[in-house]
Design a protein around this ligand. Structure first.
Ligand SMILES: Cc1ncc(COP(=O)(O)O)c(C=O)c1O
Length: 401
């Protein structure tokens, strides 16, 4: 099976497609027809790669994490997406899509954001390339990721609160889709993850695939082989994970692990672990696994991490789960916090709360001593300092064996 790209209708196995209101047909069809030709054209690639190198700061390091490796008795490498300009992997996709929007003749950009990283990345790309930018963000997320709200405003973006439902990422996507329906001609919707109608999941995965492309090159140089034994990433919608897995999904010798947000625990009623709790449904324009009641009402998710607080999962990942190509772990809020403290104390790197979910897999899975384990450190923890300091005040920190 080819796990990497969807079929011509946008399906990964039984997941994907494009379930959209009629008003959006012209936009989505235009994208479906043109996205591959545009992003694979020589002119586009040159401009995009130039910016990735000299503006974003790629390639990001693949760091052999000696202290973490000693603790877990295996060989752990961290893919340092936290060192990108704006502090997360989101800029890889935002920059690509804003460049694409310019070529499609659009003058206005809208985006949704959870943790604020995708909003900041999109606002950054719009400042650079001279486009108007509007970012929808849940009211709860505006409170818990305040530093990123300030950055978006400074970058000239308008931040509009989403006040329905749980006032988090899902609700921000709803508002952004509503805006797009009302402004289909002038506007491009820069979706921040591998979700939404076809071709967005594939488009975003292609822009993020630079992560696994670099891992291959860097691992060959550092360890003498291109393929690790394991790749691990956290999954909200799934864009950093899709980028980390992309060039490995069709290679049988590489095992794939995804970390979802378990919140207070999968049985607690306050969770965002979609593969554990979800059933087949349609959310935000594509068919995938969705946390929903038997009659199709979306269940409000919960995660301490705004970027993982989402009741769905991209069709790319739903297919990996269904086909058992990837192993999924559910990580609780507390486990993620402990892993964030552990990385900080052992390596001097403060991770984003989202990325800390991927790190927490180290406590759940046994690795062999000579296994090579690559973990995507999707973002830095600056935006989460308030949460970390609160935890520190309560007396925490997993620092010892
Ligand atoms: C640092 C970081 N990692 C991960 C995510 C989750 O998104 P995705 O699953 O699309 O990578 C986010 C979302 O905001 C994020 O900011």
């Amino acid at each position: 099976m080819n796990y990497k790209n969807p079929d011509e209708n946008g399906y990964y196995g039984e997941f994907g497609g494009a379930f959209i209101p009629e008003m959006l047909y012209p936009n989505v069809e235009e994208l479906q027809k043109s996205y591959i030709d545009i992003i694979e054209s020589e002119e586009f690639r040159q401009e995009y790669q130039e910016l990735l190198k000299n503006y974003v700061g790629r390639a990001t390091p693949l760091y052999f994490s000696g202290n973490l490796s000693r603790k877990y008795h295996t060989k752990i490498y961290l893919k340092r997406e936290d060192l990108n300009h704006t502090g997360a992997h989101k800029i890889n996709n935002a920059l690509g899509q804003v460049l694409l929007a310019k070529r499609l003749g659009k003058s206005r950009i809208i985006a949704e954001t959870g943790a604020g990283q995708h909003g900041v990345a999109t606002a950054t790309a719009c400042a650079l390339l001279g486009l108007e930018c509007i970012v929808y963000m849940g009211e709860v997320d505006i409170q818990r990721q305040a530093p990123n709200v300030g950055r978006m405003k400074m970058l000239g973006a308008e931040v509009i609160p989403a006040t329905s439902g749980s006032k988090t990422l899902k609700d921000a996507v709803n508002e952004a889709l509503r805006d797009w329906i009302n402004n289909p001609v002038t506007t491009h919707y820069v979706i921040g993850s591998v979700v939404g109608p076809h071709p967005f999941p594939d488009l975003v995965a292609r822009f993020q695939s630079i992560i696994s492309q670099e891992i291959k090159e860097q691992l060959l140089e550092q360890a003498g082989r291109e393929n690790p034994d394991y790749v691990i990433a956290c999954v909200g919608g799934g864009s950093n994970a899709a980028g980390t897995f992309y060039h490995f999904v069709n290679e049988e010798d590489v095992k794939i692990i995804a970390a979802e947000a378990g919140g207070f625990g999968v049985d607690s009623g306050k969770s965002a672990a979609t593969t554990f709790l979800g059933t087949l449904g349609v959310l935000h324009g594509s068919k995938s696994l969705v946390m929903q009641t038997p009659d199709g009402q979306v269940i409000e998710p919960h995660s301490i991490s705004a970027g993982l607080d989402y009741p769905g999962i991209g069709p790319f990942h739903a297919n990996l789960f269904r086909e058992k190509r990837a192993e999924f772990f559910s990580i609780t809020d507390e486990e993620a916090l402990q892993s964030a403290f552990e990385l900080t104390r052992l390596e001097g790197i403060i991770p984003a709360l989202e990325s800390a979910h991927a790190l927490a897999v180290l406590d759940k899975k046994e690795f062999k001593e000579d296994d090579i384990v690559v973990i995507c450190l999707s973002g830095r923890g600056d935006k989460d300092m308030e949460t970390y300091l609160k935890k520190l005040d309560e007396g925490s920190g997993k620092t010892e064996d």
